[in-house]
Design a binder for this molecule. Sequence first.
Ligand SMILES: [Cu+2]
Length: 122
Amino acid sequence: MTKTTKTMVLVLALAIGSGVVAMPLAEPIARAQEVREIEIVVRGGYQPSRIVVREGERVRLRFVRHEYASCTREVVFPALGIRRELPPHQPVVIELPELAVGEHEFRCGMNMVRGTIVVEPR
Ligand SMILES: [Cu+2]
């Protein structure tokens, strides 16, 4: 490398590093649909225990367990293959996949406390 080439390489490297020469950043892709977040309080049961959503609606459940009773330690969505631990007073967010029209059950690990997600047709 000649001295001039070395200098040019150095200048270019500095320019990139300092952000003077920047690669165009991809624009964040606008979300086609907002996600609806529903909070479910867990205390001797699920509140609300019946959640009605629309077909195709994107839903995220936020479980907040306000108790130490071991019964509700886990939440299970049998048909969806979802099983999550719910530590006390620590929100746990569960992103649901697209659900078919109808009723989808969720329950505690022992199947004592139950809730239902009702998906209504459009
Ligand atoms: Cu239980």
